[in-house]
Design a protein around this ligand. Structure first.
Ligand SMILES: [Zn+2]
Length: 648
């Protein structure tokens, strides 16, 4: 998943956010789970009849999906589960609060169900003698609030993204790759759709998909809408790669040829990095709407990317969202093909353990942003400015004084939903950006220790490559990661990660940047990436000077402990009204910070705290401070080596 650019819930200071005990000797699990093969399924299960799921999306503009299921059943007690632990979301986030209208019948007669009092995602019923199936009907109430991830808005008047886990129940017992689903869908008239799911036939009654396992179904969301275009990114390659774009307007689909060339180059660079792929075809689903939640969710053969409506036609938005598709595609290898064993649960009701997300998400963040630069979606300057920004944010994060990075990964399913206020004491999902810096340092370390002959690319080829083929899952443990790193470049990798991931570290890990030939400095002008970030989040970030960040309306989203703002009594959740006795606006604040350099007087802020007001005097004389990277000519420029394109 990629929540990083969710502007409404994560203002700048908060984006950077993290621990736990390391499992240092976990036996390697070698079992493989194959998905999507009907033949395999039939052998494994004795070919039980599939569950028939029919979804009607014609009421989507009134924010409801209707579904029916026919679930084969034996007489006796039966437990049906609504999917709870959602792959890629790393937590118990199945949106059950919006499950409504649940009715069950057997042979046309209503049957009573009871919700398990301890597991609220489970519904129990008794199947009478002679019965062979349970008929279920249900509605899923599509949310209208765009703040959040899959529990938030996924539709507008013109489009919908259907995550099949929201409209189904499955019998407790068999693994998700041993339950077969035959799925049909009705769309509003004139709408087109895209999905990795293979269609069997289409008629006036709708689309029928070829039967797949429950695992493949949940792994294959569908995007549909009145405005949809599909772009071919495979450039003659044997394996199809498609970019399917659905938007709220036809105008939003006008992709510039240079952008299309960059997305095609992205595919070339992803394949060059990993050396082999584990999908039969790859479909990007890109939903562009200001009415839906903005984030990305990974799948084996597709990715569900949701971004602002004007992402392809507004250069600032394009740059701000450039890293989304590269990140989600990396997950086809890191997250789907290879997955931490503790996250590779066999169904959707057994809890996941997420401590290794610093590999799953942290390494994906690193590789995704390197590929954003290698593909040309970002310039080298964009990449350097991005690194400067996350480094400075992480270095100013004070929650790191008590919380090791691994704890942010272990508590991911809590932190995804944390409010921004207080993030600099709490830490946020820091395993994304801090994972990026740690993996950058690992890459630089390999390059140093092998005199430039090897790099993290070699690790990726060994760990994620192999033979081209259909989706499969090969779980891993930390020991597996360390073993392959040691094959590429022998080193005390266990000690390396122990220090950076599992121990409390009060400073951000900047070794990759510094040994990569660059250093973090502060200047009095913001970088283009910071301006771009502020424009897309509508926030203003004074974290590196006064130590606070503001929302568009002056709401104080966070204050860094120990900063001038903190010492003056400013706190998160207050609202800034005036600066030096004038009504607050961003320009005025910047002027006040500049003038305070030479003035005797402090920066005076009038803040509202609920129904109380107070004036806070900030003793700060250092002027504006914004992070940049500066070249250190005493060392080889490894950052530029890292982002050099390698695909042909
Ligand atoms: Zn991710």
């Amino acid at each position: 998943m990629n929540p990083a650019l969710d502007s409404k819930r994560a203002p700048p200071i908060i984006r950077l956010t993290n621990s736990k005990t390391m499992h240092l000797s976990h036996p390697t699990r070698t079992f493989l789970l194959f998905t999507g093969s009907l033949v395999f399924l039939a052998i494994a299960t004795g070919a039980a009849a599939p569950i028939v799921l029919k979804v009607d999306s014609r009421d989507v503009s009134r924010r409801v999906l209707h579904a029916t299921l026919r679930i084969p059943a034996q007489p006796g007690p039966l437990t049906l589960i609504y999917p709870k632990w959602i792959p890629g979301e790393h937590g118990p986030s199945g949106p059950i609060v919006d499950l409504a209208g649940l009715k069950m019948t057997i042979a046309g007669q209503p049957v009573a169900w009871r919700r398990d009092p301890l597991e609220n995602y489970a519904f129990q019923l008794d199947v009478p003698a002679g019965a062979t199936a349970v008929d279920v009907s249900l509605d899923f109430l599509l949310p209208s609030d765009p703040n959040g991830f899959t529990q938030a808005a996924s539709s507008s008047a013109n489009l919908v993204v259907i995550s099949w886990n929201t409209v189904l129940l499955y019998p407790k017992g068999p693994a998700a790759n041993a339950i077969e689903f035959s799925t049909g869908l009705q769309l509003p008239p004139g709408w087109k759709y895209a999905s990795a799911l293979p269609p069997a036939r289409e008629s006036a009654d709708g689309i029928e998909f070829a039967p797949v396992t429950l695992e493949t179904l949940i792994d294959s969301p569908l995007a549909a809408g009145a405005h949809l275009r599909t772009f071919d990114l495979s450039a003659g390659a044997r394996t199809p790669h498609r970019l399917n774009v659905v938007a709220d307007s036809a105008a939003a689909l006008e992709m510039k040829p240079e952008d299309l060339a960059r997305f095609s180059k992205l595919v070339v660079e992803e394949l060059a990095l990993f050396g082999a792929h584990h999908y039969r075809k790859y479909d990007f689903l890109l939903t562009m709407s200001d009415q839906v939640a903005h984030f990305g969710l990974e799948h084996h053969e597709s990715s569900d990317n949701r971004a602002p409506e004007r992402m392809l036609i507004d250069e600032d938005l394009r740059k701000a969202w450039a890293g989304l598709l590269p990140h989600e595609m990396v997950h086809s290898w890191n997250g789907k093909y290879r997955r931490p064993a503790d996250l590779a649960t066999p169904d959707y009701h057994q809890p996941m353990k997420s401590e290794l997300l610093w590999v799953y998400e942290g390494l994906t963040t690193y590789l995704g942003e390197v590929l954003t630069a290698r593909s040309g979606l970002w310039t080298a300057t964009n990449y350097l400015e991005h690194l400067a920004l996350i480094s400075a944010q992480l270095d100013h994060q004070r929650g790191r004084d008590w919380r090791p990075l691994a704890d942010t990964a272990g508590a991911a399913h809590l932190l995804y939903y944390a409010r921004p206020e207080g993030n600099s004491r709490r830490r946020n999902v820091d395993f994304y950006p801090e994972g990026e810096l740690i993996w950058l340092e690992a890459d630089v370390t390999i390059r140093e220790r092998t005199q430039g002959k090897r790099s993290l690319d070699d690790f990726c080829q060994r760990f994620f490559g192999g033979e081209n083929g259909p989706p499969r899952l090969v779980p891993y443990t930390l020991d597996d990661v360390l073993d392959v790193l040691n094959e590429v470049a022998p080193f005390d990798w266990r000690g390396f990660f122990q220090q950076r991931v599992y121990a409390v570290a009060s400073r951000a890990p900047l070794g990759g940047i510094e040994r990569g030939g660059w250093r973090l400095v502060y200047r009095d002008t913001p970088s283009d990436m910071l301006k771009n970030f502020e424009a897309s989040t509508k926030g203003t970030d004074y974290s590196f000077s006064l130590g606070l960040s503001l929302k568009e309306d002056g709401g104080i989203s966070d204050v860094i402990p120990g900063s001038p703002a903190d010492r003056a009594g400013v706190g998160p959740g207050m609202k800034l009204l005036a600066v030096n006795n004038r009504r607050w606006k961003p320009e005025l604040m910047r002027t006040a910070i500049k003038e305070a350099r030479n003035a005797e007087a402090p920066v005076e802020l009038l803040v509202e705290n609920g129904d109380a007001f107070k004036t806070c005097r900030l003793d700060y004389r250092d002027g504006e401070r914004y992070p940049h990277l500066e070249r250190d000519a005493s060392k080889p420029d490894r950052l530029m080596e890292i982002i050099k394109p390698r695909g042909r």
